[in-house]
Design a protein around this ligand. Structure first.
Ligand code: IMP
Length: 427
């Protein structure tokens, strides 16, 4: 039995969906523990492509329990749509469980996300405008509405009345826009409650009982380490904890129950939204990586900023998350390049630094120090074991391991389930 936390080591979009899907084959339960529908997973099963935002991608395997933990913020409109989407494609969703304590994204959260972002002007964060930040703000302010409240009409209405009073004041008086009508929101959310009621339960109890029964459990982080509200490139972060520690809080399980932490890392780096990005490539190589890797957001369609692999970031992620190993994804995207570069450290005020700076201002002044390696100029998408990879691709992986001190457990060479090279046994 094993409990494994899977996290993103960069700025999100590392291909966690694909690795979750790969590991979910053997897991009994897949748990999401933070974030919301700001995330987007594209999973390829044979020739079919599935795009999921909220439901753990383990749902694509029959018989798995898939949990939306208490640390997730749930937009019920999106969840209901996702359930319909899966049902229409013949996927059984009866294994879904939603934490009664998960907070609910309300229409005013989405609107506030958009108007606050517009007001920030040049200081904008580049949020997904899905209401994530405002929902977590209400959670911390202790005025949030939880899934369990949806099951109690009276309680829900009372909380909605109190919230709308404040939110409508803000929207109408501060942001000079329309507020929301109580009855409309109430009716809409009661219809979601009827659809979702039978999935809502005490998921912490379920997960802990499964751990005691020695089941294999996979905790699936959304976004990435550098988007963590504490450990990321604040303020250009999301409002939750995508790091490994977040799994304990967001699923209601103690740290002593976690056996392994696996980091997912692209063979290069990408970022969406604003904020410093030392190895960003604003040239034709960046365009080549973007096109080869189809680097456009699953959730917003935005083109992702692309750059070279950054070993400083992976070392930092190894420290913050206590990584047991790393899964390197999208190695095939680099197949066409003549040479590949790895950032080994940063030059800051004339000195070489090897640790990720704690200050965003320092980070924005850092220049990457590169090591250049020969490319492999061969198609790797058909490789199924390490020995199938060209020698230069293996050297590239070996160098990443040396520079970061993290073992590689999986290498992915394409989006399909079959395009996965297992290196170390996980479950
Ligand atoms: P929010 O999570 O919508 O509040 O956005 C905050 C920051 O996190 C922005 O820079 C987003 O682009 C980024 N972000 C949120 N979710 C994801 C994701 O799933 N992948 C990559 N970036 C994300």
């Amino acid at each position: 039995m094993s409990t494994v936390v899977l996290i993103g080591t960069q700025w999100g979009d590392e291909g966690k969906g694909k690795i979750t899907d790969y590991l979910a084959q053997k897991a009994d339960i897949v748990v999401r523990y933070q974030g919301g529908n700001n995330a987007g997973h594209t999973v390829k099963v044979d020739d079919q492509e599935f795009k999921l935002h909220l439901i753990p991608s383990g749902i694509l395997y029959p018989g798995k329990l898939c949990v939306i933990g208490n640390g997730v913020v749930v937009d019920p409109a999106v969840l209901v749509k996702e359930l319909d989407y899966l049902a229409n494609r013949g996927v059984d969703t009866s294994g879904l469980r939603i934490s009664a304590n998960a907070h609910v994204i309300m229409p005013y959260h989405k609107k506030l996300d958009a108007v606050e972002e517009d007001r920030r002007g040049e200081h904008k964060i580049g949020t997904t405008k899905r209401g994530i930040g405002p929902a977590y703000m209400d959670k911390a302010a202790r005025i949030g509405i939880r899934m369990v409240d949806l099951l109690d009409e009276k309680e829900f209405k009372a909380k909605l009345v109190r919230n709308l009073e404040e939110k409508n004041y803000l929207l109408e008086r501060v942001f000079d826009t329309d507020g929301f009508a109580l009855e409309e929101v109430f009716e809409e959310y009661m219809s979601y409650a009827r659809r979702l009621a039978h999935y809502i339960t005490d998921t912490s109890l379920l997960i802990n009982e499964a751990a005691l029964a020695k089941k294999d459990i996979l905790f699936e982080g959304a976004q990435g380490t550098l988007l963590d509200v504490d450990h990321g490139t604040y303020p250009y972060v999301t409002s939750s904890h995508p790091t490994a520690g977040g799994a304990c809080i967001g699923a209601g399980i103690g740290p002593t129950r976690i056996d392994q932490v696996i980091g997912v890392c692209k063979a290069y780096t990408t970022r969406v939204g604003e904020g410093p990005f030392p190895t960003e490539l604003k040239d034709e190589i960046g365009d080549e990586i973007r096109n080869n890797g189809a680097e456009f957001g699953t959730t917003t369609g935005r083109p992702r900023r692309c750059g070279w692999f950054d070993a400083v970031i992976l070392r930092y992620a190894a420290r913050i998350n206590g990584l047991s190993s790393v899964a390197i994804t999208k190695l095939d995207v680099l197949d066409s390049l003549d040479t590949v570069k790895i950032c080994t450290g940063y030059k800051f005020k004339g000195e070489i630094i090897r640790e990720f700076p704690h200050s965003l201002r320092y980070l924005s002044e850092c220049e990457p120090v590169y090591e250049e390696l020969p490319g492999w100029k061969e198609d790797t998408s058909g490789a199924r074991k390490l020995e199938d990879l060209p020698e230069n691709a293996r050297k590239y992986l070996e160098r990443i391991k040396e520079l970061t001190g993290v073992e590689i457990s999986i290498v992915a060479v394409g989006p399909k389930r079959s395009q996965t090279i297992p290196v170390l046994e996980i479950f």
